[in-house]
Design a protein around this ligand. Structure first.
Ligand code: ADP
Ligand code: MG
Length: 702
């Protein structure tokens, strides 16, 4: 285990960090790389050659024999292909080589990655291009180089390219707006993200025994345990020793990779936990979140756990998400979402706050889609955090500030409130200006917004691509209005423009409880959309608004949008298809085997007992046998329907129609089958089942 005293030394020891570059690169080369990282300027091959040579030396010193371009194709996972540094010489030996060309460009065969029709399989060529702004690192004996991935024609085939484009678009508009507001020293604005990651840990042997977890990541059948999360005893509860050992190991692995893991705690559901890192620049944070998920699984395996990242691994208890904390910060060090002591006078804050509010309202369907997946639909469409309706929580103080803008009145701060805890021995402190609202999908939390809809299993890139672009668009609109006011833009003029925005978009503000039926009704009357399932939301992705938004800011071409549309639909349908097949097999083979064996044993017992006691005995046994029989018959019917409907689904050709069919028909067939399967499982003793129950999986960790 890493000694606490060694932490500062070991932190980031596997990262080709700024410090390593500063120490090892010639000064002019270091400066050139820094300029590329900070200003996004082009990097000359000569510079790349030197960086590659230094990188190689450093990597070999740290035990690497290979290098790989590391990228994020549209599967939502990461991809890698390793090449060794070796280059054979004539005398039968090898040299270790790595050129600038190999560093900056890779040519993986792109034909087997999803492209959504962007590229025919015969045009297999794809390129990976080094992203110098995200540091290279060493893992499992290879030097990992973060890269963007595109097709021969230059279309983005990954999540990093559009993310980088969106960060630049946001920066461009934000800088212009800040200049007009008089902050002329700002040259770049950075998107920052802190992505809290929820996960479940269960015993590895249990995991291996469940086909549903193995193939789909979630349980497809399973009667609820007699205890769930109703006692509210898991959230922030004492961390069990085995879990704590896992968390220690995980932290250390992440720290070596330069991932600033900061907070860990138990979550609401039994066996559910969370890890939160310190925030970083968006593209690095996204890379680090992808790595975090991978390391979580790897370390779990070492500890005899399986780490479940699915959004809804268990029915009836909370699922997992990824809270995307998002802010924008200038290169002069100003957090644009920090209200400061007097938010009502903080013009940049009010402008950016309003830009986010308008962006979220105006592009709500696209934002909803940015977090859509078959897995996440179970959270957003179900009765748990957060609902599928997008609204914003700003807290009482900011609500008052906004109200004063709307009403054109002066805002009077109630001042910071001292917290009185009623005991002298306790420290006195000032209350935060917002309370928490755990039900809001998009909450202002002090100096950042927390977008709580992203699912636990998928990349947070999409959410941030949409958020950045939508805010960039509103900023560009505000800029036009500000510029329309002539040279001397007064504070009053800015406030009056913000007032118009507020009136147009205040319907999205909601400080109440987002879980109630009343909110669903009220949201409807406000005209807010409730897009419960992915297929409902999909058409918005290729709508005119979406195409206009993304093409205007150079994030996606229309073709790229269409390709992502196809991929998302296909992915959704395929996920449910696999679930259907897995469920059919599990019910048919695993559950029914247990059911029949138990029924058989009971029947035999009945025969034996009756031969001794006569026909008047065995009331209970007979009742169970008959209940199992009934459940079996219902299951058989439901199984047949699911089977036949799945066959029908396979024949459907149109992407959206197929996805809708999977959502409307297959998912409800699965619900129906599950109902009977769970009824039967409740009656069958555990020893008859070849797979572990909810109770065993969720409550047996010590
Ligand atoms: P809370 O308790 O409100 O969730 P925390 O301080 O625990 O707030 O932060 C939660 C997450 O938000 C962490 O990952 C943190 O690094 C991140 N965060 C804090 N400030 C910012 C910021 N300016 N931009 C982006 N993320 C941030
Ligand atoms: Mg939080």
């Amino acid at each position: 285990m890493m000694e606490a005293g060694k932490l500062t030394e070991e932190y980031g020891c596997l990262v080709f960090s700024d410090k390593v570059m500063r120490e090892r690169l010639p000064k002019d080369i270091y400066k050139a790389v820094k300029k590329t990282i900070e200003k996004g300027t082009h990097l000359e091959l000569e510079v790349a050659n030197t960086v590659a040579a230094v990188m190689k030396e450093w990597a070999i010193e740290h035990g690497a024999t290979h290098f790989t371009h590391w990228f994020q194709p549209m599967t939502g996972l990461t991809a890698e292909k390793h090449d060794s540094f070796i280059s054979p010489t004539e005398d039968g030996k090898v040299l270790m080589e790595f050129s600038g060309k190999e560093l900056v460009k890779g040519e993986p065969d792109a034909s087997s990655f999803p492209s959504g029709g962007l590229r025919a399989t015969f045009e297999a060529r794809g390129y990976t291009a080094w992203d110098p702004s995200s540091p290279a690192f060493i893992k499992d004996g290879s030097l990992y180089i973060p890269t963007a991935f595109c097709s021969y024609g230059g279309e983005a085939l990954d999540k990093k390219t559009p993310l980088l484009r969106s960060m630049e678009a946001l920066s461009e508009q934000a800088v212009k707006v800040l200049h007009v507001l008089g902050y002329e020293d700002v040259t770049r604005v950075n998107t920052t993200i802190g992505s809290e990651q929820e996960y479940f840990l269960i015993d590895k042997d249990f995991y291996k025994k469940r086909k549903d977890l193995l193939f789909t990541g979630r349980t497809l059948i399973g009667a609820p345990a007699t205890k769930g999360q109703e006692m509210e005893d898991h959230y922030f509860g004492v961390i069990k020793p085995k879990v704590s050992a896992y968390m220690h190991d995980l932290d250390e692995e992440l720290w070596r990779l330069g991932i600033p893991a900061k907070t860990k705690h138990n979550e609401v559901a039994p066996s559910q936990h969370e890890l939160a890192p310190v925030f970083e620049t968006a593209n690095i944070a996204v890379d680090h979140n992808q790595l975090t998920m991978e390391v979580m699984k790897k370390v779990a395996d070492k500890h005899n756990f399986a780490c479940l990242l699915h959004e809804k691994p268990f029915e009836g208890i909370n699922g997992s998400g990824k809270h995307n904390n998002w802010s924008v910060c200038t290169d002069t060090g100003m957090n644009l979402l920090d209200p400061g002591k007097t938010p009502e006078e903080n013009i940049p804050f009010l402008v950016f706050l309003m830009a986010v509010i308008s962006a979220v309202d105006e592009y709500a369907p696209i934002l909803r889609l940015s977090v859509a997946s078959a897995g996440n639909d179970h959270r957003l469409g179900g009765n748990e955090a957060p609902p599928a309706i997008i609204s914003i929580f700003v807290g009482d103080e900011l609500a008052e500030v906004l109200k004063s803008i709307e009403e054109g009145k002066a805002y009077k701060s109630s001042g910071k409130v001292q917290m009185a805890m009623g005991a002298q021995v306790l420290p006195h402190f000032v209350k935060d200006n917002t309370d928490r609202n755990r039900t809001s999908p998009f909450a202002f939390t002090g100096n950042k917004f927390e977008f709580r809809m992203p699912g636990s299993a998928v990349s947070v890139a999409n959410a941030n691509i949409v958020l950045n672009t939508a805010v960039a668009e509103v900023l560009s609109r505000l800029l036009t209005k500000f510029e329309g006011c002539g040279k001397d833009l007064s504070k009053e003029a800015v406030i009056s423009i913000l007032k118009d925005e507020l009136i147009a978009h205040k319907r999205v503000l909601f400080n109440g409880n987002g879980y109630t039926d009343e909110w669903v009704e009220e949201a409807k009357s406000r005209g807010l959309l409730n897009l419960k399932a992915l297929p409902d939301a999909m058409p918005y992705w290729i709508s005119k608004e979406s195409i206009d938004l993304f093409t205007k800011h150079g994030i996606f071409t229309e073709e790229e949008l269409h390709s992502r549309y196809e991929i998302l639909l296909e992915n959704y349908s395929k996920s449910i298809h696999i679930e259907s097949l897995t469920m059919q097999e599990m019910v048919r083979k695993d559950l029914l085997e247990g059911l029949f064996a138990y029924q058989n044993d009971l029947s035999r017992e009945v025969c034996q007992k009756k031969s001794v006691l006569g026909d008047d005995c065995c009331e209970l046994e007979t009742e169970i046998i008959s209940s199992l029989d009934k459940a079996g018959a219902s299951m058989s019917k439901a199984l047949k329907k699911l089977h036949d409907d799945t066959k029908t689904a396979e024949k459907e050709e149109d992407g959206l129609a197929t996805a809708s069919y999977y959502e409307m028909t297959i998912l409800s067939d699965m619900d129906e089958l599950r109902k009977y399967a769970d009824e039967a499982e409740e009656l069958i003793p555990e020893k008859y089942l070849s797979y572990p129950t909810y109770g065993q999986m969720l409550f047996s960790l010590r």
